[in-house]
Design a protein around this ligand. Structure first.
Ligand SMILES: Nc1ncnc2c1ncn2[C@@H]1O[C@H](COP(=O)(O)OP(=O)(O)OP(=O)(O)O)[C@@H](O)[C@H]1O
Ligand SMILES: [Mg+2]
Length: 157
């Protein structure tokens, strides 16, 4: 096996020629074209660019929340194009976390319930204890039963 093949198969994220085109009125808009990216275990990667450059669009594609119009994309060695929405959710469960630009908290659920929601897709027990523990670690141990509107902007994030 060649070195480049080994790297390709161990990448957590592997994108080649990734593109996203949208129809915007009369015009076709190329938001992303020909993007190549590999991310390996233990790496930290920051994506920088001016407002409107396409960062959120790219992150949506890499997470399988949105579909590319061009190119190939593998997450944990699996082609995202080969999976339906449930399959992509299963692949992400327990392994991919998001902090959205707007936090996507459900307004009728408490802080603890919001944290526990994605864990329902994850097998295992002690979810309650894990959720309480993690909220405690970010200083929200006294805010478990607060609704999002009863939290500050930073606490919501
Ligand atoms: N569905 C869509 N239809 C038309 N244009 C879109 C669509 N989605 C995004 N765009 C345009 O694509 C560009 C990239 O948007 P994106 O949200 O990815 O930018 P960004 O880099 O995350 O910007 P910011 O730093 O402001 O968050 C923007 O110019 C936006 O107006
Ligand atoms: Mg953005």
């Amino acid at each position: 096996m060649s070195d480049s093949h080994a790297r390709e198969t161990t990448a957590i994220l592997h994108a080649r020629g990734l593109g996203k085109q949208v129809d915007s009125g009369e015009r076709r808009l190329d938001i992303l074209t020909g993007l190549d990216l590999d991310v390996f275990p233990g790496e930290s990667v920051a994506i920088l660019g001016s407002s409107g450059a396409g960062k959120s669009t790219l992150l949506g594609l890499l997470a399988g929340l949105d579909a590319p119009t061009h190119g190939e994309l593998m997450l944990f060695g699996k082609s995202l194009a080969s999976l339906d929405e449930d399959g992509r959710a299963q692949l992400r469960a327990g392994r991919v976390g998001f902090v959205f630009q707007n936090f996507q908290l459900l307004p009728t659920l408490t802080a603890l319930e919001n944290v526990l929601l994605p864990l329902e897709l994850t097998p295992g027990k002690d979810h309650q204890a894990r959720g309480r523990d993690w909220l405690g670690r970010v200083g929200l141990g006294e805010r478990l039963d607060h609704l999002p509107k009863q939290l500050s902007g930073g606490e919501q994030q």
